[in-house]
Design a protein around this ligand. Structure first.
Ligand code: FAD
Length: 298
């Protein structure tokens, strides 16, 4: 039996939120996009005492954030090396610090608002299959250690038949929809209004009053002092998206492991750095040990 939608969606029914007709005329902050980025921003802004409205084009918490591998890790493949190459060492330091900030912020919010999201500590193994990638992985670890005191990756046993591997201890896995719904509850408890479906189509300066966010549903519009765009993709007229985006075929596949399930339930997460290697994690569920594998070029 195959389901062509995120496994985590099936665990939690869509949230009922306010509709476009409930949109107020003004808010201190309008956040466009109710994914991990938008909802985290909503909680942080509400903590500052600001009035916050979050708009989402579809169902809150059902964007990319709930369709990924859902690893919380500061080891992200060859990200630091790539930033070093394209932007220079200053940006590597900045990115490494901000990554650690984000990692810690996630844990603080989960703890502060008692968000039950199946958070579980896991080691994260990065591995190289081809000898050509070994030096690249070693360089990534050196960069991480130089810029981030928590980047504790050490050479380790290799999974599969990899040539070289490092293990980053004490990273995390979690259930994305439970976490996102927890953010919604935390935000709403502080008065944040979450309104959907409203597709923001235009941001424009509105005289001296602030920024006007115009939406597609029911001609909705709202004026805000500040706007946070957390849509993951640019706000455009969907009719022109084909001209602005490059399509990449990607996938996330989840299934049940039958053989040696208890062993697989707690194995470290893995991420291959060779371009054709996938990202993988497992976790225990009431129906057995599950895996999710994501990648592309397969
Ligand atoms: C296959 C895959 C695996 C990944 N694995 C990991 C991982 O293991 N760990 C990790 O940290 N990251 C991972 N990522 C990346 C991570 O999932 C994303 O960076 C993150 O979820 C983006 O969050 P977001 O809030 O920006 O986007 P989203 O969760 O997509 O939220 C954006 C929201 O904006 C709404 N929206 C869009 N346009 C508009 C509009 N015009 N008006 C109103 N609303 C709009 C959408 O409906 C959506 O709800 C993975 C990504 C993929 C694709």
């Amino acid at each position: 039996m195959y389901h062509h939608e995120s496994y985590w969606w099936g665990q939690s029914p869509p949230l009922a939120v306010e509709g476009a007709s409930d949109l107020p005329d003004h808010a201190d902050v309008v956040i466009v996009g109710a994914g991990l980025v938008g909802l985290t921003s909503a909680v942080l802004m509400a903590e500052l005492g600001l009035s916050v409205v979050v708009l989402d084009a579809n169902v809150p918490g059902r964007g990319v954030s709930s369709q990924s591998t859902v690893k919380l890790s500061i080891a992200q493949g060859l990200r630091l090396s790539s930033i070093e190459q394209t932007r220079g060492p200053e940006h590597v330091r900045e990115y490494a610090h901000r990554t650690l900030d984000g990692f810690e912020l996630f844990l603080q919010i989960a703890d502060k608002y008692n968000i039950e999201c199946d958070l579980e500590k896991r080691d994260h193994i990065l591995y190289a299959m081809s000898p050509a990638c070994v030096d690249r992985l070693r360089h990534e670890v050196l960069l991480g250690q130089a810029h981030n005191s928590s980047f504790a990756a050490q050479p380790s046993t290799t999974p599969w038949r990899a040539t070289y591997a490092v293990t980053m201890p004490d990273q995390f896995i979690f259930h994305p929809v439970k976490y996102l719904y927890g953010l919604v509850a935390a935000a709403q408890s502080m008065g944040v209004q979450i309104v959907a479906p409203v597709t923001a189509t235009q941001l424009s300066q509105h005289a001296k009053n602030g920024i006007r966010v115009a939406g597609a549903h029911g001609n909705s519009r709202i004026i805000a002092d500040s706007v946070v765009v957390a849509t993951h993709v640019p706000i455009t007229n969907p009719a022109f998206q084909f001209a602005r985006y490059q399509q990449i075929r990607d996938y996330a596949i989840s299934g049940i492991i039958h053989d040696d399930a208890d062993h697989w339930a707690t194995v470290p997460m893995t991420l291959g750095i060779d371009s054709e290697e996938p990202s993988m994690r497992t976790w225990p569920t009431p129906e057995g040990t599950r895996f999710v594998v994501t990648g592309h070029f397969h």
